[in-house]
Design a protein around this ligand. Sequence first.
Ligand code: 5GP
Length: 195
Amino acid sequence: MKNNGLLFVISGPAGAGKGSVAAELVKDDNICLSVSATTRAPRGKEKNGVEYYFYEREQFEKMIAENGFIEYAQYLENYYGTPKKPVDDWRREGKDVILEIEVQGCEIVKKSVPDCVSIFIMPPSMEILEKRLRGRGTETEENVLKRMKRAQEELPLAKNYDYVVVNDVLENCVENVRTIIKAEKLRSQRSCFDI
Ligand code: 5GP
């Protein structure tokens, strides 16, 4: 469907800065950010329906059974999933949609939406990643260590993504991602002209 909005999947280890990148991208009125559902508890000032929909496990599993997710995955001890309806609605309206999800979820999305564009946000180093995770001030020591371990597993998977962007300076990273979005929209296969 040529007039549908595009689907961009942004992954990268927790602390790489995906959230900050996405927050900048959605300042464009034509770009929407999917709000995921999760069974993890709210962190800091997170509010239901803003950062996430916070579900009980039963509620999440019911939604899986009803085929309500484009994808879902388990990360550490919790479920995370992308509700299908808002994404489909936005894309039908011609809006581009961003999913900020982890690597297993990206693999699932690539199967169901083969023309999605995947972008991996890479931290400049593991030291900086750890510093950023601790800097949040909302993670327990145990969680920081678990997320760092998970990051070690995720980094080698960057090669499976269409693009890899290092998040050293946020503005540069955002600029690079905007360039990717612009170029993807200009691809000849997506052109609205009969060429
Ligand atoms: P956090 O607990 O730090 O908010 O998120 C943990 C990880 O889950 C992050 O890598 C984040 O991108 C990922 N995540 C958030 N929402 C979703 C989702 O809907 N699906 C999947 N597969 N991963 C998600």
